[in-house]
Design a protein around this ligand. Structure first.
Ligand code: SF4
Length: 382
């Protein structure tokens, strides 16, 4: 293996040096910034991450700045990137680093792994790139490259980590890990790998044996269930719009606005509690329904439960579909003009401007945009 490993390092690093992409975190020496980039890149394309990374670093330029941030600010900076648990864990880990390590990220993969949300991959990536520790960083791209390079039909994670650990360059571990990941994301593609352009073509066992298309073996994915949600977009005129970060109250229809909204309307939203999916984000009240035909009735029922008086017929917006990893949701929003404060003390009345200052999941943001359009210009804009 050592002669083989030498050959892989030599070919891969030469190609990386010649062709690596210019990315904002490349050449970065601040461990905090490397860590942020690595967390953002999990399950997310490089192109998507770049603007988020830049914006994040402007908001939270240091670990100290992140550790002092409120969860809502952090979620807002992450809004649209998905998998929001990553943002909450980044915040939690930054607070642990501030308290236990004096604000400096620990310098070994073993210690990094003890931080909230830091697994083998992130620990390996940060330790190798920021601290020069010769440890592997095995993500999905690296798994695919190794399965093909060694022609392994169904390798386990431990086996792949062992191989990656034996290959990693002891002198340039960070560059080596990035080179392997980059090869997987730009050349050794899942469906149509660009073997003639690959620096490892002459060493690749699957290429030599003609098994590239079968490596790694494809596993059938379990079907993702789908659900329908009726969504209540309650809108009221001239509601006090104290933003939640001001510690404001739920607001009362009929009062003059104190902040924000240019057209004197407010929408009723709630913050998701707990630690589960989308925790800490804001959303319009909703309820799951058995099928789309029941959505209108369910929306009206929910408005009643919120003790809001409906002033006109519901206007149905286009359905908004969103696929989570484990669930596909089709939101069926209904705009309803209402009066009354509402019984839900967890909720807030937010004007259009305020909506842009609270973290909203992508689907809720789309509902909000469509609702603002309809309220301002009427249902003919549908
Ligand atoms: S030769 Fe093809 S299959 Fe082998 S590592 Fe390169 S791109 Fe992947």
């Amino acid at each position: 293996m050592s002669a083989e490993a030498e050959a892989v390092r030599c070919l891969l690093l030469a190609a990386y040096d010649a062709r690596k992409r210019d990315l904002p975190w490349r050449g970065e020496s601040d461990p905090y910034r490397i860590w942020v980039a690595e967390v953002m890149l999990q399950q997310t394309r490089v192109k998507t991450v770049v603007p988020y990374y830049r914006r994040w670093i402007r908001h939270f330029p240091s670990l100290e700045a992140l550790a002092e941030a409120r969860e809502e600010e952090v979620l807002l900076a992450w809004q649209g990137l998905g998998y929001y648990a990553r943002a909450r864990r980044l915040l939690a880990a930054a607070q642990v680093v501030r308290e236990r390590y004096g604000g400096e990220l620990p310098a070994s993969a073993e210690e990094l792994r003890r931080l909230p949300g830091v697994g083998d991959y992130t620990a390996g990536a940060v330790a190798s790139m920021a601290f020069g520790e010769a440890v592997p960083a095995v993500d999905g791209n690296v798994k695919r490259v190794l399965a093909r390079l060694f022609d392994l039909p169904d390798p386990g994670t431990a086996e792949l980590r062992g191989l990656a650990g034996a290959l990693v360059d002891p002198h340039r571990p960070g560059d080596f890990n990035q080179a392997l990941m980059e090869l997987g994301s730009t050349v050794c593609l899942p469906r149509s790998p660009l073997c003639p352009s690959c620096p490892l073509e002459t060493l690749c066992l699957a290429r030599g044996r003609g098994t590239v298309g079968e490596r790694p073996a494809r596993k059938g994915r379990p079907a993702v269930p789908g659900v329908e949600m009726a969504v209540v977009v309650a809108v009221a005129a001239s509601v006090t719009g104290a933003a939640p970060e001001d510690g404001g109250h739920a607001g009362r229809p009929g009062e003059a606005r104190e902040t924000g909204a240019s057209c004197g309307i407010s929408f009723f939203l709630r913050k998701r509690r707990g630690t589960g999916l989308l925790a800490g984000m804001w959303e319009f009240p909703g309820v799951q329904v058995a099928d789309a035909g029941r959505a209108r009735g369910a929306a009206l029922e929910l408005v009643g439960e919120l003790e809001l008086d409906v002033l006109g017929p519901p206007v149905e917006l286009d359905a908004v579909a969103h696929a989570f990893t484990h669930l596909k949701v089709r939101y069926r929003p209904f705009v309803l003009w209402v009066s009354g404060v509402g019984s839900d003390t967890e909720g807030r009345w937010l004007g259009p401007e305020e909506l842009s200052r609270v973290p909203l999941p992508v689907a809720q943001e789309r509902i909000a945009q469509a609702a603002i359009e309809v309220v301002r210009h009427g249902p003919q804009s549908l």
